[in-house]
Each structure stands twice: as C-alpha cells, then as structure tokens.
Design a binder for this molecule. Structure first.
Ligand code: SF4
Ligand code: SF4
Length: 400
C-alpha cells in the first residue's frame, strides 16, 4: 500500500525538491502515527493531557511559521491529509431553511458500505487521523455502525455529525461499533428550532436524544453542539439558550456562521439568513457574550479568543476575509462519490470511478492545496479557528 502512495508522489526535478518532498511524506506518516499514539495514551492516563496540549501548541506554532514563509514560497504548502469528511447520504429527515439536503442537492444519493470501506483503507494508508461521517442525516444510513467499526479497526478516529433526532434509537449500535464523538447542528431551542428545521416537535426529539446519550453512556461519548449563527439567531437570548443546553448536557460548544459559498447551503428567502453591515452591533454584542462564556467555561468552548473576536468580520466581510485556508489538511467526499479538496471546490475525481489512493498526492491535489492556501477559491468560513491560529497577521489583529 505504501508503494502505491509513493507511486503517485510526483517526481521532483531538483535535489532540494526531492529532499523536501520526501521529508513531507515522512512528516505526514510520522505525524499520523504520533497523534494516534498520543490519543491512545491520553485516553488512558490523565497526566498525559498536558503533554498533548503542548504537542498541539507546538504544531500550531510550526503551522504559523510555515504559513508566514509560504506567502513567499508557495511550494511549502503540500497536501497533509488529516481530516476525511464524508457525506455518506444526502437524505435527511429535517428541512432546514438554510439547507438543500434531502431536497435538490444530490437527491437520494448514498454511498454504499463497500465504497466507504475502501475509502477508509486508502485514507489510513495516506495518514488521515480522523473521519467525519455526516450527510444529510447519517443516522438514516443503515450501514453507519459498520462504517464506524471499520474506521476504528483501521485506527482512524470517527465522529458523526447528526441532527440528533434519531439519537435515542441509534446510539446503542453506534456505541457498540466504537463511536465516542458526536457533533450536532444546533438551530435554536423550542419553536425557534422547529420553525428553522420545518418539523413539529423536532426540538423535543433532539433534546431527548442528547439526554439519552448522557443517561446511558455518561461522558464516555464526547458531544459538541454547533450553534448556527444567522440573522435569526444573532441574539444574546438565543446564545444564552444554546449555552444553557451545553451546560445542561455537558456538551462542547462551537459557532458556525451562515455560509455564503457552500453548495448545499442556502441563504433563505431574500437572503434572510445572511449577514450585512447593519448587523455589526448585534454581532459585536453576541461576540462579547461568547467571550464571557469562553472565560467562564473554557472546558466547554475550545475556540481560541482570537477566533471568537474575529466572528463579526467573518460574518460581514464574507469573501473579503483573507485568512489563508488549511484545506490542504482535508478531503471531502460527497454522497454521489465526488471527491474534492474541501466542502466547496477543487474536484479531484469520483469514488465510483477511481480509488482515493489514486487521487492523492497527484499534481492536481498539490495544486489544489496551494490554491486553497492562497484563497484562489470562492472562500468560506470553514475551519475558522485553525486558520486564525495559523495566521500571524490575524493573531495581531485579534489579540485584544
Ligand atoms: S442542515 Fe443538516 S439537519 Fe438540516 S436539512 Fe440539512 S442535512 Fe438535514
Ligand atoms: S476557503 Fe476556499 S479552499 Fe478553504 S474550505 Fe473554503 S472554499 Fe475551500
């Protein structure tokens, strides 16, 4: 398998490029192995937690240095596969205002188990450490537990992003398969949630599902809620309710900002979800609330202070927010088998025709990585915290 990857590693033309290329390949494999070993150790011994944090901090500093140099030496940016994100199905049981899944985005497409198993084998060989299984609504895919199990067997950490509606029924099989991490889209509480997802009593199902996970498995399963910040939820009261949910169920907390370039996201009727300059004050107010929560519960809210402070700029500036992108660390797979560098763009092929291993480390993959870093793309808010942490200029701008 290793030979297969080497076969696709482009043949550099000069000795320096050969050394650089080989170093990056080895770095990628070593990094993956070290992170895997670190995860094993920290899950067993609490005293390793500080070591793990030190490793993460060192990795961030190295990335910041590399990004600064890469502004002048673009060749420093190479594919560094770490996160594989797979939309295993386009079906969904909700009808969120801001989403096209379950309707006109890849309608009825679903990835077969065998395709996902091959994908995971190739991903392991390429050094991916984490796989995100999502959709659509991934709990609607009957083979999700077997996909989780396959990832665990290969040593890739799986997590599932779900709307949580079916959690109470499905969590048992997923836990048995080895799942220990969930992220959940959070679109408000009570009627605000039901109106956004356009389903009656959906919020009650979500909260029951999360409570069921905690009742049965305690803190053995890490849960994170992803609070969607749109013009509808940009209120202190909405943020407070989400924070109360997080504290009630001991979930981690993240903020996703209304997208403007994701192919499956819509901005609602007359762009009702999308931010404009007139929302500056409410964004600043909400950001202050988020910073207070961060100071009070850093254990629940891992986003960096600088990244939180940058939220109003991401929301209002849109494409004009020029923070180099770290998509060179990921691969996105759609429910129809499409393989891209990221959620939005840089098509690399289709799993129904080509194995992942034959799409990685090609010239197209390398060029896509460099273009992503240089933002030769539609731009988006994805991986906001990682991008801000790795960008020296943003560290200056958002320090206070
Ligand atoms: S945002 Fe998620 S839960 Fe809502 S319709 Fe889209 S896929 Fe379904
Ligand atoms: S900033 Fe560009 S490369 Fe990065 S995830 Fe968004 S669209 Fe993709």
């Amino acid at each position: 398998m290793k030979e297969n990857i080497r076969k696709h590693w482009p043949t550099p033309k000069n000795p320096l490029a050969i050394i650089s290329s080989n170093l990056q390949y080895r770095h990628m494999r070593l990094r993956s192995t070290a992170i895997h070993a670190m995860r094993q150790a920290t899950s067993k011994y609490a005293s390793f937690q500080n070591l793990k944090q030190g490793f993460v901090n060192l990795d961030t500093l190295l990335a910041r240095g590399r990004h600064s140099l890469a502004a002048h030496l673009p060749g420093l940016i190479q594919p560094q596969p770490a996160l594989l994100t797979v939309a295993i199905t386009a079906r969904c049981n909700l009808r969120c205002i801001g989403c096209r899944y379950g309707r006109d985005f890849m309608p009825n497409q679903q990835l077969p188990l065998g395709t996902v198993e091959n994908l995971l084998v190739d991903a392991r060989e390429a050094g991916f450490q984490t796989v995100r299984l999502y959709g659509g609504e991934p709990l609607l895919h009957r083979d999700l537990p077997r996909m989780v199990s396959a990832a665990c067997r290969l040593g890739i950490r799986p997590y599932v992003t779900t709307n949580g509606i079916l959690l109470a029924d499905k969590i048992g099989a997923l836990y048995e398969a080895g799942l220990r991490a969930l992220t959940i889209g959070f679109y408000g509480t009570n009627t605000a949630y039901d109106e956004y997802v356009q389903r009656r009593a959906a919020y009650a199902n979500l909260e029951n599902g999360v409570a069921a996970v905690r009742d049965r498995y305690g803190m053995d399963i890490q849960i994170q809620i992803n609070f969607l910040l749109t013009t509808l939820s940009c209120r202190v009261s909405a943020v407070e309710e989400a924070i109360q949910f997080a504290e009630r169920h001991r979930t981690r907390f993240q903020v996703d900002i209304a997208h403007y370039s994701l192919p499956y996201f819509t901005e609602g009727i007359d762009h009702q979800l999308q931010f404009a300059t007139k929302y500056r004050d409410s964004l600043e107010t909400v950001t202050k609330e988020l910073l207070r929560f961060k100071d009070r519960r850093p254990d629940l809210y891992p986003e960096s202070h600088a990244s939180i402070r940058s939220i109003p700029h991401w929301a209002i500036k849109g494409r004009a927010m020029r923070v180099p992108c770290t998509a060179y660390r990921m691969i996105w797979v759609g429910a129809d088998g499409t393989v891209q560098l990221c959620y939005v763009t840089f098509n690399l092929g289709n799993l129904h025709k080509t194995r992942l291993k034959d799409m990685l480390f090609t010239e197209a993959h390398k060029q896509a990585s460099r273009d992503a870093f240089a933002l030769n793309c539609p731009n988006c808010h994805c991986h906001r915290d990682e991008r801000i942490r790795s960008h020296a200029a943003s560290q200056q701008t958002y320090r206070q």
